[in-house]
Design a protein. Structure first.
Length: 513
């Protein structure tokens, strides 16, 4: 019975999301409800409507491009699961403490690298070091297996590295489910794969849309982006409905699997060296963000008219510690203020989402506490699965209000909170240190969403600096002035690394004495 209710709740939430996006469009006279229900009635009869932006039925547009998306997603998921199983197994079987710590650092680093940043870096690397193709699905019109495989390597790698690290958390709990780990059975491994599909699958599908755009993969991404930009409500609704159905199917994998990983309660001991270092990093980040104006008296908007000659100044030039951006503004100042903006959005979104989740958990007091920590560990990526809905909502807000200025930090934080709170409800079923860990995880995911939105020009708008739009504005200078990209990239990765590390420490039941 509980399984049935969870499945119905997942389906209801996702369908509610499609209605929210549809309502924002206000596509037909009489209001969104008048337009939505006839559309839903046609959908139930297999008619997704007509796409004006593609001049073809929505169902045909989706069917034509769906195989490419499925190919990429399945290959990436398979690679991620294999990588996750290897890392998870290695962490449980490695005895020397320094090696276990090294594996933890690698796993945290892979989780902390934004997918778009990884894709950009990989494309630059492939451009200069190998002959692997960096765009498209094939080089020839006829089917060539080797050619298709070579085109898959780069986009699959971009998805497999971060999601393999997330999957490793599930397999780590699976392999250490007792104090003396036994050899996992085939049933256990199948259960781990099924749980990975349910818990990281939606976020992987969401991320695959970003990777498709970056690597010119002929899947759903371009179709969806065009539909959002041109207010093609039938197309947007059809794609979101297909995505919702895929998420529900992935959820079925976990609900009907029998090998869900469950582990013993964590021992209570001091923070590890990684955890202590992460806490220090977060304190320094908060201090730098709050005292940016004192650390760098030059404001983030002031242009160095004396030394700037139309291109970024190198670090150390004319008192600019990190140099300047392409407009002659001090990079350190913009970086610290951008950190304050992005962390503020992430923290505000996490607080709002946590408050809603706490109220929901109190109202549903019949629910039991979560039995396995892997259910909490994926909180740090689960809200990313709602990125297609956020993208649609943001685009429609801009269209409705006829200005990009509507995308202020408060609006972005509220949108992120609106899709994030369901992920953290399980953490509030029992108030433990793991609850604080879940809030840290949620803050990290909110930061990741803000950076991704701003990278695509749909987040915080210039001249207000944020970590995302600083990276976005400087992509064109990567080859002539690499320092303008390295500094903000390092700040993003280090901040996410620290948040995830603190979350892991709290979730493991470790407390400082």
């Amino acid at each position: 019975m509980a399984r049935r209710y969870r499945l119905l709740a997942s389906l209801g939430l996702l369908l509610a999301s499609t209605f929210a996006v549809f309502a924002l469009f206000e596509a037909a006279p009489g209001g969104p409800i008048v337009a939505y229900f006839p559309w839903l009635f046609r959908v139930l009869h297999g008619d997704l409507g007509w796409s004006p932006s593609n001049s073809e039925p929505v169902s045909q547009a989706i069917v034509d491009r769906l195989p490419a998306t499925i190919e990429l997603a399945l290959c990436a998921f398979a690679a991620a699961v294999v990588l996750g199983a290897v890392i998870g197994f290695a962490r449980t079987r490695t005895r020397p403490r320094i090696l276990r710590g090294g594996l933890s650092v690698v796993q945290l680093l892979c989780r902390a690298i934004p997918i778009v940043v990884l894709a950009i870096a990989l494309q630059l690397l492939l451009m200069f070091t190998t002959r692997l193709p960096i765009a498209g699905i094939a080089s020839v019109d006829t089917f060539d297996l080797r050619d298709r495989f070579l085109h898959l390597i780069a986009p699959v790698l971009c998805l497999a590295v971060p999601f393999g690290a997330w999957s490793s958390l599930i397999f780590y709990d699976l392999f250490r489910r007792s104090e003396k780990p036994a050899r996992p059975t085939l049933r256990d491994l199948v259960g781990g794969v099924a749980v990975s599909a349910a818990r990281i699958g939606p976020a992987l599908l969401s991320a695959s849309l970003l990777i498709e755009s970056r690597f010119a993969w002929p899947g759903i991404a371009r179709l969806y982006s065009n539909g959002v930009a041109q207010r093609d409500t039938a197309l947007v609704g059809g794609v979101l409905l297909a995505y919702s159905a895929a998420v529900v199917l992935l959820q079925l994998c976990a609900e009907f699997s029998t090998g869900s990983p469950r582990v013993l309660a964590g021992s209570r001991r001091r923070f590890s060296a990684i955890g202590v270092t992460a806490c220090v990093v977060l304190l320094l980040a908060a201090f730098g963000a709050l005292t940016a104006n004192l650390i760098v008296p030059v404001g983030p908007y002031l242009i160095d008219q004396v030394h700037w000659q139309g291109y970024p100044l190198a670090p150390g030039t004319a008192g600019h510690v990190l140099g300047t951006d392409e407009n002659g503004r001090d990079l350190l100042s913009r970086l610290l203020v951008g950190l304050r903006t992005s962390l503020g959005i992430a923290a505000f979104a996490a607080v709002i989402a946590s408050a809603i989740a706490a109220l929901v958990a109190m109202a549903m007091n019949s629910l039991h506490a979560v039995a396995d920590r892997s259910a909490l560990s994926i909180i740090g990526i689960r809200p990313f699965g709602a990125f297609p809905f956020i993208l649609a909502a943001v685009s429609v807000l801009v269209t409705r209000f006829h200005t990009i200025g509507v995308l202020n930090p408060r609006v972005i934080a509220l949108l992120i909170a609106a899709v994030s709170w369901p992920a953290i409800v399980p953490a509030f079923r029992a108030l433990t240190p793991a609850t604080l860990g879940a809030v840290a995880d949620l803050t990290a995911c909110a930061l990741l969403l803000e950076v991704t939105l701003s990278l695509y020009g749909l987040g915080v708008q210039p001249p207000t600096p944020s970590l995302g739009n600083i990276l976005a504005n400087m992509q064109s200078n990567m080859t002539v002035a690499p320092w303008v990209v390295i500094a903000p990239t390092v700040v993003v990765i280090v901040t996410l690394f620290a948040l995830y590390a603190v979350a892991d420490e709290l979730r493991e039941g470790r407390t400082a004495r």
